[in-house]
Design a binder for this molecule. Structure first.
Ligand SMILES: [Zn+2]
Length: 681
């Protein structure tokens, strides 16, 4: 079993690496999920075999009490900055003078400077044991549980054991990709929370939070760029160390280039100043490092910066343009957002025509009017934003924007809940809301219906073929072939895709409903807590008839569900129409696939009797007792035949002997901790 588990873990690690590090997945998300389910199920049967580097152990579900401080083995210095080629040339001069080299052929490594947060990772015998922030450079915070949620950080390194140094410290930049950044801000916008100014802010905030689930939700990524300490490894150049780290399975940036002399460095900078806009992450410059490590050593450092490296910052890009109109968009949750259309203008490599003005308060605060000249900037190099109005350019012809009181699509009155910044259309039959919610329903994390794109959804809604998402399962071939640009073949394909999607995993179904604030994580938590749709529905409909508050409390006690989310779920199921549509789904043949019962939901502790002996290092007895009880187990004081397991700390007493005599299972503290962590799913 142990060998089999390790084989399965290695297989999952391999696919994690393919997907998150190489971005070249070999299997579908579904197949990957299936492997994970398999591993979880087997580990639940054999909790004693769960190891901390298992792919199931990424997320510690709970709140941390705080961060311990840790000292870095080698100080994490910040880099000196340069803002133009003259300053870069001065750096090259200094380097060559110090090294006594006249020719212009020093080897540099040029790499993109990622707009994120520096972290240090410590691996012991190939297993990730610590992740820390830079802090003040010598002392940072231990943020290991948060770092473990980053999928592109291997919990276990690859490569043959012969080469693996016993201790390896690497550094890199944690960041949030631009698509994820947009998603996070869109969700915050819809939830009425302030948006992040740039990906760095949201990354820094995520790494500092004590709520590990929240970190996982932000889906951080990483590039590793320094091998700061490797016991017993002889490396001569920085570029060599990058290759080595790549071989270990660490994610290094493949855009990095070895440059001979300053002119090649300049070419790299010029090239990426343009090309960076095609990347899925924000970069604000280039880091230039002397390649030879012995040179680096000779050059040394000042009190703040290394003398062998410098950051070259791309010039900041802004543009001015005219506001042609301000329109109003309605999203899936009914959130109404003002959007400005501009005279097209070039900004950081793209043509900008539109930008969200976020909400009506924001428009008022900035006093953006139709006809105004505005200053645009890209937040985090991606999302165009109005910085301010250039009021000196006003002619008096500008039209102040009047916030609508009615939905521009369906005409029903808009609602702005007390204390929220977002205005909403609350008509669930509003075509705008309907289109967005069908798109969400059919999306990859939901029913995953291939071919159900926005253009098709527009037609289905506009022609009355889809009045809710359950109608998707009632579509007939004769309806589809009448649609423009819909050939017989594509109609068949679409119907096949719809048919295939009818078998749906429970959590995906919950996600697909589009309940406000219920993303994939909360959906999974709900699926696990309630087990079946009937229970979820009965739990909820009871709440609609007066038990609302207690139901809300029960919900917010589920890990991963906060009070706002709980209130939103209760609200959703209290609308009879919502429940009716769910019933329609089943009438149309939708079938829920539940995970194998035992595997995912049963805690290895439930119904079991435990005895503690000796001193635990990680917690006192009272805490251990609470943890065990919260997982459904119970603590008794003496070992008998009825005892299921004895947990052994330091200096165990006679209870251990007795357990051995009676043949009762014995668990070390480490194994115990692993099981607690494993019991998350
Ligand atoms: Zn509407």
């Amino acid at each position: 079993m142990k060998r089999e588990l390790e084989r399965l873990r290695d297989l999952i690690r391999y696919h994690e690496h393919k997907y998150y590090v190489e971005s070249e997945p070999e299997i579908s998300d579904r197949e990957f999920d299936r492997l994970m389910e398999q591993l979880k199920a087997r580990e639940a049967q054999h909790p004693e075999l769960v190891t901390p580097d298992s792919p199931t152990q990424r997320i510690f579900d709970g709140t941390l009490e705080g961060f311990k401080q840790v000292s870095h083995k080698v100080a994490m210095l910040s880099l000196d900055n340069s803002y133009n080629f003259t300053e870069l040339a001065a750096f090259d001069e200094r380097v060559r003078r110090s090294l006594g080299i006249d020719t212009d052929d020093i080897e540099y490594v040029a790499e993109l400077k990622i707009d994120g947060v520096g972290i240090a990772l410590l691996y012991e015998n190939g297993v990730l044991v610590r992740g820390a922030t830079r802090g003040n450079g010598t002392v940072g915070d231990d943020i290991t549980p948060n770092v473990r949620t980053i999928m592109s950080i291997p919990l276990k390194l690859q490569g043959d054991d012969g080469l693996m140094p016993p201790s390896l410290e690497v550094r890199g930049e944690a960041f949030i990709g631009l698509k994820e950044f947009e998603r996070i801000n869109r969700e915050r916008e819809e939830a009425g929370q302030p948006v992040f100014a740039n990906p760095r802010n949201s990354t820094a905030g995520a790494l500092r939070t004590l709520d590990v689930m929240e970190v996982a939700r932000r889906r951080l990524d990483v590039f590793i760029y320094t091998l700061s300490h490797a016991e017993g490894l002889a490396v001569e150049t920085h570029s060599e160390s990058l290759k080595l780290m790549g071989r270990f399975g660490l994610k290094v940036n493949l855009t990095t280039r070895v440059c001979r002399g300053l002119s090649q460095v300049k070419n790299y900078c010029d090239e990426w100043q343009e090309k960076r806009h095609s990347l899925d992450y924000a970069t604000d410059g280039v880091v230039v490092k002397v390649n030879r490590l012995d040179y680096q050593q000779r050059l040394g450092q000042t009190s703040k910066h290394p003398r062998w490296a410098i950051a070259y910052k791309f010039p900041a890009e802004q543009a001015t343009t005219k506001v042609l109109s301000i329109d109003v968009q309605v999203g899936r949750t009914g959130a109404v957002t003002p959007v400005a259309t501009f005279e097209p203008v070039q900004l950081s490599g793209t043509t900008v025509k539109r930008a969200s003005l976020h909400n009506f308060d924001e428009v008022r605060r900035k006093d953006v009017r139709v006809g105004d000249t505005v200053l645009l900037e890209k937040a985090g190099e991606i999302i165009p934003q109005v910085v301010n109005v250039i009021k000196s350019e006003r002619t008096g012809e500008e039209m102040p924007f009047e916030a609508p009181t009615e939905c521009p699509v369906c005409g029903s009155s808009l609602v702005k809940p007390e204390g929220e910044v977002v205005t909403r259309c609350v008509n669930s039959a509003c075509p705008a809301v309907l289109k967005e919610s069908i798109a969400h329903f059919a999306s990859r994390a939901g029913f995953e219906i291939d071919g159900m794109g926005p253009a098709l959804i527009d037609m289905l809604v506009d022609r009355g073929l889809a009045k809710n998402y359950a109608d998707l399962f009632k579509l007939k071939k004769e309806n589809l072939v009448e649609l423009p640009r819909m050939a017989e073949k594509s109609a068949d394909n679409l119907l096949a895709a719809i048919e295939k999607s009818k078998k749906v995993r429970f959590d995906r179904l919950i996600y697909a409903l589009g309940i406000r604030h219920v993303g994939a994580f909360a959906a999974r938590a709900l699926a696990q807590r309630f087990g079946t749709m009937d229970e979820l529905l009965s739990g909820k409909s009871a709440s609609a008839t007066g038990l609302l508050t207690s139901e809300q409390t029960a919900l917010s006690e589920i890990d991963g569900i906060g009070e706002i989310v709980a209130a939103s779920i209760v609200q959703y199921f209290s609308v009879p129409g919502n429940v009716d549509v769910i019933e329609e789904l089943f009438d149309a043949g939708v079938e829920i696939i539940y995970p194998e019962k035992k595997a995912a939901s049963a805690s290895p502790f439930s119904g079991k009797r435990f005895v503690l002996t000796g001193t635990l290092n990680s917690m006192n007895r009272e805490e251990a007792k609470e943890r065990i009880e919260s997982l459904g187990g119970q603590i008794t004081s003496s070992v008998t035949e009825k005892t299921d397991c004895v947990i052994v700390g330091d200096k165990p007493g006679s209870k251990l002997d007795k357990a051995r005599k009676l043949g009762v299972d014995v668990l070390s503290e480490d194994a115990f901790l692993e099981i607690i962590k494993a019991d998350i799913g």
